[in-house]
Structures are given as C-alpha cells and as structure tokens.
Design a protein around this ligand. Sequence first.
Ligand SMILES: NC(=O)c1ccc[n+]([C@@H]2O[C@H](COP(=O)([O-])OP(=O)(O)OC[C@H]3O[C@@H](n4cnc5c(N)ncnc54)[C@H](OP(=O)(O)O)[C@@H]3O)[C@@H](O)[C@H]2O)c1
Length: 326
Amino acid sequence: MLAATCRRYGAPEVLKIEGVARPTPKADEILVQVRASSVTSGDVRMRAFTGAGIFWLPMRLLFGVLRPRNPITGMEFAGTIAAVGKGTREFAVGDAVFGMKIGGANAEFLAVREARAIVAKPEGLTFEEAAVVPFGALSALEFLRDFVRIEPGQKILIHGASGAVGLFAVQLAKHFGAHVTGVCSTANLDLVTSLGADQVIDYSKDDFTQGSDVYDAILDTVGGTSFSRSKRVLAPHGRHVFVVQTLTQLVQALWTSMRRGRRVIVGFSGGDSKDDLLLIKRLIDTGAIRPVIDRTYLLQEIADAHRYVDTGRKRGGVVVSVDAVG
Ligand SMILES: NC(=O)c1ccc[n+]([C@@H]2O[C@H](COP(=O)([O-])OP(=O)(O)OC[C@H]3O[C@@H](n4cnc5c(N)ncnc54)[C@H](OP(=O)(O)O)[C@@H]3O)[C@@H](O)[C@H]2O)c1
C-alpha cells in the first residue's frame, strides 16, 4: 500500500510517499481502508519536533529518540472496514467508521484496536468531513469537561476560536450551556459567529484583558494569553486553562493549586477514548456540532499540506484525501 512516511525529524521535505506492507489486523484489531485522513497541528509538531519545550525529552522517548518510531504519519482517519480480527465483534466488513490513532493514518490501510477511538461514521458527514473531527473535538471535549469543568451559565472566553481545537470548543461550550466569547482574527469573525459564539473579539483590534467583561474560564487553545494579564477579567474563582503550555504556566499551575482563588490549569488530552468519540458522533448526528474543512490535499501532496498547517493559520481541519491514490 502507499503511505506518507517521516523517517527523520525536520521540515516538510522529510516526508515521502512510499510503498509499504499493508498491516495485518491482530485478533483485537480491525483493518480500515482509509478514504480520508488529515494533517493536524499535532502531526506537524511530531514531524518538526519544535515547540515541545520542556517536554522535548519525554516526547522524544515516546515517539522515537533519533527518528520517529512509527514512520507512517497521520492520526485522524475515516474509511471503511476492510477486515476484522478474530476477537472483534463491533464492526463488519464494509462499515463506514472514523477515529483517531497516533501514527499510521496517512496511508491506504490502517490497523486499529477495536477498543480504541473508532466508531461508526456519522451518516450526515462525508469521509473528508469525518476525518477532521477527532483531534479537535476530542481535545476540546476533554479540556472543557476535565480542566475547565464547564457548567451551564458559565462565561467562557475561547482564545484561538478558529483552530481545530478552538472551533469545537466554541460549539461544545455552547452545547453545555455556557456563554461563549470567541477570540480570533478579523478573517475568522464570521466563521466563529456562525459556530454559535455569543460574542467575538478581533484580537487584531481589541485586547480582551482590557475589556469590562469578566469570565469564569479562559481557554487558550493556541498560546499567547498570560495569566498575569488575564487576572483582571477572570472571576475570583476563575480558571485560566492552557492547551499549549510553557514552563511559566506550569509553575503558575503548581503555585495557584496551593492557594485559594484564580487557578492556572495546564492539561493534556489523551484523545483515544471510544466513549468520548461516541459522544462526539451523537452531537454531530443531532446537529449540535459540525466540522469545518479549510483545505483538501491528495496523499501525494502531504508535504504541501504540512507546509500549510505549519503556518499556524488554518481554519478547522486540513484533509488528506486517500481515496484518489493509485
Ligand atoms: N495539550 C494537549 O493535549 C493538546 C491537544 C490538542 C492540541 N494541542 C495543541 O494546541 C494547539 C492548537 O491546536 P489546533 O489544532 O487547534 O491548532 P490550529 O488548528 O493549527 O490553529 C490554527 C488557528 O489558530 C489561530 N491563531 C494563530 N495564532 C493566534 C493568536 N495569536 N491568537 C488567536 N488565534 C490564533 C489561527 O487563527 P487566526 O489566523 O485568526 O489567527 C488559526 O485559525 C497546537 O499547538 C496543538 O499542538 C495540545
């Protein structure tokens, strides 16, 4: 089969399209014929290995010290079941599915453990649309539920509201009954409004830390906000949650956890919960949330897709279509 591979860390040029062995599903795995996958901000970080900061060493130990342990790139996928392992029960050959597995999705076939984040594809979505859901939606769900501890009536500000995590965070926070303010650039104001944000702030014109609104939570999905500046507009027991962390924020998180009052929270998303992905699917089925596709590339154009995601300016998801391979 054809797959996009990354055999050393570096610029998008390290990516190649190669012929590799098609995976054989183990007893507890299913084989997915991938119709569409994606390039996420996580994929470009894992390729370039920049921005890992203080997590550089643990991340290298996890993903490969000198070179990527799993050379096949990609983590989001949507496709059809091509074969099922002997011990699996949930899916039959031909079923349409979508899911997330770190490594291996930018390929014609992918073996996934049935117990992991793989569920039936929402009928209302194309394979391309389904392929840009899991990374952003699962991360947004985990951050809102486990770190923000979102509640109906809360006032939440979401910084980076047009990215993969941010646009699902806006929609999920609305679904959970919060009052949502989205922060984005001028070009994305209409998009963030269309996702249901109650208010939008154009960061190129206004600084939310100087406004008169007070928030129960600030969710920073892209970096750039600071606790010391945000305190003014954070409620006395408010939480400033960082999806992307620096050493300063880790120290602040430790310090504020030992005191009463405003808290800094740094979090991590596992992104492999089947139950969470089932919840996301149900919310898509009911129309509560929807994906946004920015651009679509062919598998053969994987390096161009990475170059675009490297800009840090994508709106929602970047699809890698595997359908047209061969
Ligand atoms: N900790 C974890 O477990 C975890 C989980 C998931 C993701 N992450 C990390 O979270 C970050 C966000 O992920 P993502 O996939 O949502 O990224 P993304 O889709 O690449 O984000 C792109 C968006 O960020 C916006 N943006 C860029 N600079 C901005 C700024 N200064 N202020 C406000 N918005 C800005 C851009 O909008 P404009 O063009 O309008 O500025 C663009 O729409 C990544 O660094 C990712 O690695 C961490």
